[in-house]
Design a protein around this ligand. Structure first.
Ligand code: CS2
Length: 486
């Protein structure tokens, strides 16, 4: 089969939808830090659609921090790839042609900084996951190993470090304003990023800090789309359908949402024409999505790990788990926050439940269960704290912590476990020290060391221990049935 690229494109089957003519000279550019599947099936898709409106073409320069996987797959394809949306109602295949190139930070840091400084670059978008922000409790973690290395003159390997070097060059070259948009699942992601960047800039040079304050805007966003890691089988199926070999195809669900804080320092693509919402109040959308979708996603993932299920859709199709997820969404997650105006919360929850059930976009429990010590604070602890403030008992959110505690026992004891966590060593030694006991206090302390629920651990610990005892005695399904989830 011929490889998908600019010269073979005309031979693709009719299944491949080509939205825009291939551009040779886009006028404006986005630099994207952390080019994984999520970016390629989310912001890149919005940008591709936006390019269909107005005369200004936007291209994306992607940056990888470690792996050359995306660059290697796409280089010979002239950076063209397919995004395929799939659910019970069918599947489509869209060509994405706005990716200009992919740079590898360790290979060519100078090219990364120059692309951020380039006057054609108007926007920097970011998806580096929670751990990529090198922050602790919302401030720059100056003890972070890689930040320390950078401060001591070592090579730049972090997202904040790379962004700052690019901004420094932009300042020196006099190329002016830039809009920076964080697209990770962190509450107030734009403000967190701004703080980290300004604190870091101050350590590097004070001129840079004030230049950033005058020239760069940091927008918070809520991003939503379920995009699993690609598989060889998935790529093969998509290639067969479009009639060309695509080693960089991405499979995802049809649903996508992007709510962006209207705080732009520069022109931006017509993302609103492509379905994005620009607003002054992103926070309430972020909170709703982080708790109802991501919080419940984690609950399903850890339940699935305990049940030895592989996929999210398998676990959520168990009636007891489905009933539990429905109940936590409505009775705890939605009641822990102020629902944004105009959102029908029951409809929102049931749409998310049906998205979790989409077996055509199989998502590994281990993928969602990865990095739990960094995800659960904003997904589960923050709602617990808000429920306590509202005098609502955090029952199912506490049960989620109990399920996580036991799932971590599986993760640390099972040599085949695919669940990763930056605190895996600490989790392992806590379990080793506990012998056969369940070290609830020490494990919860790992989560509560974040800023999300200060002083709340004591209020919840006893309850989590009771849940762990019940779960250990009856097993997850038996326990859920015993408390009425059937
Ligand atoms: C998931 C998210 O892996 C995870 O932790 O909860 O990636 C989730 O699929 C997206 O946020 C959906 O928008």
């Amino acid at each position: 089969m011929k490889l998908l690229n600019k010269s073979s494109l005309a031979e693709a089957t009719e299944a491949l939808v080509v939205q825009n003519p291939l551009r040779t000279t886009p006028q404006y550019r986005i630099v994207h830090l952390g080019i994984g599947n999520f970016h390629r099936a989310h912001q890149a898709v919005f940008t591709e659609h936006a390019n269909g409106y107005g005369d200004i073409g936007w291209s994306i320069v992607g940056v990888s921090f470690n792996s050359s996987r995306v660059r290697d797959a796409l280089f010979e394809q002239d950076y063209l790839y397919t995004v395929s949306e799939r659910d019970t109602s069918g599947q489509n295949y869209q060509l994405i042609s706005c990716l200009e190139k992919v740079l590898l930070l360790p290979e060519d840091p100078g090219a990364v900084f120059e692309s951020i400084a380039d006057p054609a670059t108007q926007v920097v978008t970011i998806t580096v996951t929670e751990k990529g922000y090198c922050q602790k409790s919302g401030v720059l973690d100056t003890n972070h190993e890689s930040i320390q290395q950078e401060l001591n003159g070592g090579s730049v390997s972090t997202m904040p470090g790379a962004l700052l070097q690019g901004l420094k060059l932009r300042m020196e070259q006099g190329h002016g304003a830039l809009t920076v948009i964080s697209c990770d699942n962190l509450p107030s992601n734009g403000s967190v990023l701004e703080r980290v960047v300004l604190e870091y800039a101050e350590l590097l040079c004070s001129d840079l800090k004030s230049w950033i304050q005058d020239n760069v805007s940091f927008c918070s966003t809520m991003v939503d789309r379920i995009v699993p890691a690609s598989t060889p089988e998935g790529n093969e199926e998509i290639s067969n359908k479009i009639g060309l070999l695509d080693n960089g195809a991405v499979l995802c669900e049809p649903f996508k949402q992007w709510v962006i804080e209207r705080k732009f320092a520069t022109p931006i693509p017509a993302w609103d024409e492509a379905g994005a919402t620009f607003t002054d109040d992103v926070e309430s959308f972020e909170k709703l999505k982080l708790r109802v979708l991501n919080g419940c996603h984690s609950l399903i993932a850890y339940s699935g790990i305990l049940l030895r299920d592989t996929y999210i859709h398998e676990t959520v199709s168990r009636p007891q788990i489905r009933a539990l997820v429905k109940a936590i969404m409505i009775h705890e997650m939605a009641r822990s926050l102020v629902v944004p105006e105009g959102v029908d919360v029951e409809g929102y929850c049931s749409l998310i439940l049906s998205r979790f059930e989409n077996k055509y976009v199989p998502y590994l429990n281990s993928q969602v269960g990865t990095d739990g010590t960094l995800k659960l604070p904003q997904r589960i602890l923050a709602p617990i704290s808000d429920l306590l403030d509202r005098s609502i008992e955090p029952r199912l959110t506490a049960l989620t912590l109990g399920i996580w505690v036991l799932a971590m026992r599986v993760a640390v004891n099972d040599s085949d476990s695919k669940v990763k966590d930056p605190n895996l060593e600490a989790l392992t030694s806590i379990y080793q020290d506990a012998n056969t006991g369940i070290p609830v206090k020490a494990l919860l302390a790992l989560l509560f060391s974040s800023e999300f629920a200060p002083g709340r651990q004591e209020q919840i610990e006893q309850r989590v221990s009771e849940y762990c005892a019940g779960l250990s005695e009856k097993g997850l399904i038996g326990y859920l049935e015993s408390i009425g989830y059937k």
